[in-house]
Every structure is written in structure tokens, then in C-alpha cells.
Design a protein around this ligand. Structure first.
Ligand SMILES: [Zn+2]
Ligand SMILES: [Zn+2]
Length: 260
């Protein structure tokens, strides 16, 4: 289903403000880092966020440990890839890790706004290095889907919540047509190869026409990129001309506990 961002925006202001005020009353914002009330992440804990910085892989933005290399070891030997580029905002550590944990596993859905806005920087970075076409249409945002059972249990898909924040902030179109077509095991504890095998062929596109479109996947955490790659393959099979991914966080120094 495609959601026109302008329709949502026009209908929203008062209702959205009341909704937000109600949410804040029911669930007062509390800093994920230090527990202080009044913000989802207080200024002191925000200062602890670690934006990812070079040297990094030109394709997946993994930190590079070899001076002068352009691609990480996995990208040098693992291709060809369906996923054209991936960017995460910050390292998956400290208060951000805690904030994402609460957003994802403890029902603190209202954290979507503060976490989703962190995606603006990686989105802008991808726009700058687009394929040289200044008139290129905006990215179509496509959240990475949860499987139906996990979504029911959680009540929402965290990636979709983040994508909606980004769509509103940028006036970008959003389509939730990417679907899981078979169940997968959680990726936690699997090595890179096992992660790839676990999600290969697990996704299919059931949304609007994609021919020639540039699609941007949205997820909370990118670990090995196996999920993103399987999603990108499904989008390319449906006709997308380019597929990238933005994530709020990325573990530095190897995959750790995460579901992607
Ligand atoms: Zn704090
Ligand atoms: Zn790489």
C-alpha cells in the first residue's frame, strides 16, 4: 500500500499534537541512557552517540582496517550484490543501543520519532552520491518487514515506524509492500554465511510498481547486511533500478546481538 505523505500531513497537525500529548502523559519521555525524565535521550547522553566515520567500506560502510582499501573484505569477495549501498547513522552502543532495545522489545513505540530522525543524515549522504541524475525522483521508502507472528507479538514493526518518521520529515513516498514469504530464524548467534542462508528468498515485493524506481530500505540495526541483501534481491526482482539501506545503528567490531 502506498501512502502519499501529503495526505497524512494535511490531516494530522491537531490530531497528531493531541496524540503526542496523550502519549507523553501515558508514557512520559525518559532518557534511555540515564533514566532522566523529559527526553527520549537527554543532551548529555545524545553527546555520547558515535556517528560512524571513515575509513569505511565504500559499499557497506563497514569500518576498514586496511590503509588505502576501498572495500571491506566481504564486499571484495562476496558480490555481486543486489544492495547498492548501505549507511547507518551511529555505532550500536551505549545509550543508543539501550534506546533501540526499549523501542523494539519493551513497547516504547514513542521512541520512533527521536530514533527515526537520526536517519536524516545517512539519507542525505545517499542522496548526495546518487547516480549523477539531479532530477532523480525521491527514494521510495520500504521498511524491512517483520514476520507476522513477531509483528503481532510486538504490536508494530519498528522499521515501519522509523520509515514513517522519515517519510513525514522528508515528504518521501513510503510503501509497505515488502513481505516475508517464509518464516526465518532470528539472526542472533548465526555467522555471516548462516545469516545469508537463513534469509535467502525469504522476501517478496507485493506493493506498487517498482520498474526503474530507486528504493531505500529502512531498518533499525544493520548487522551483517544479510537481511538487507535478501530484501534488495526481492526489490530488484520486482524491477527496482537501485536499492539502498539506511539504518539507525550498526555494530562496530563485528556482529553482535541483533535481529538483522
Ligand atoms: Zn541521559
Ligand atoms: Zn563492505
Amino acid at each position: 500500500m502506498t501512502i502519499a505523505p501529503s495526505a497524512g500531513r494535511r490531516a494530522l497537525p491537531l490530531r497528531a499534537r493531541l496524540y503526542r500529548a496523550g502519549l507523553d502523559l501515558l508514557f512520559p519521555p525518559r532518557c534511555a541512557g540515564c533514566g532522566r525524565r523529559g527526553a527520549w535521550l537527554c543532551p548529555a547522553c545524545t553527546a555520547l552517540l558515535r556517528p560512524l566515520a571513515p575509513p569505511w567500506c565504500a559499499r557497506c560502510r563497514d569500518p576498514l582496517h586496511i590503509a588505502g582499501a576501498r572495500l571491506c573484505a566481504a564486499c571484495r569477495v562476496g558480490g555481486p550484490f543486489a544492495l547498492d549501498a548501505a549507511r547507518a547513522a551511529c555505532a550500536f552502543t551505549g545509550p543508543l543501543r539501550e534506546a533501540i532495545h526499549r523501542f523494539k522489545y519493551e513497547g516504547e513505540r514513542a521512541r520512533a520519532e527521536s530514533l527515526g530522525l537520526l536517519l536524516l543524515a545517512p539519507l542525505a549522504a545517499l542522496e548526495r552520491r546518487g547516480p549523477g541524475d539531479v532530477a532523480a525522483p525521491a527514494f521510495l521508502l520500504a521498511p524491512v518487514p517483520l514476520d507476522a507472528a513477531r509483528r503481532r507479538e510486538r504490536g508494530y514493526n519498528q522499521a515501519e515506524e522509523l520509515a514513517r518518521v522519515l517519510a513525514r520529515a522528508r515528504g518521501a513516498p513510503l510503501d509497505t509492500g515488502l513481505a516475508r514469504v517464509r518464516p526465518t530464524r532470528p539472526q542472533v548467534g548465526l555467522d555471516r554465511e548462516a545469516r545469508r542462508a537463513n534469509v535467502r528468498g525469504a522476501f517478496a515485493w507485493r506493493g506498487g510498481p517498482l520498474a526503474g524506481r530507486r528504493v531505500l530500505l529502512v531498518d533499525d540495526v544493520m548487522t551483517s547486511g544479510a537481511t538487507a541483501e535478501a530484501c534488495a534481491a526481492a526489490l530488484k526482482a520486482a524491477g527496482a533500478s537501485w536499492v539502498g539501506l539506511v539504518a539507525v545503528a550498526r555494530p562496530v567490531g563485528g556482529p553482535t546481538a541483533s535481529s538483522s
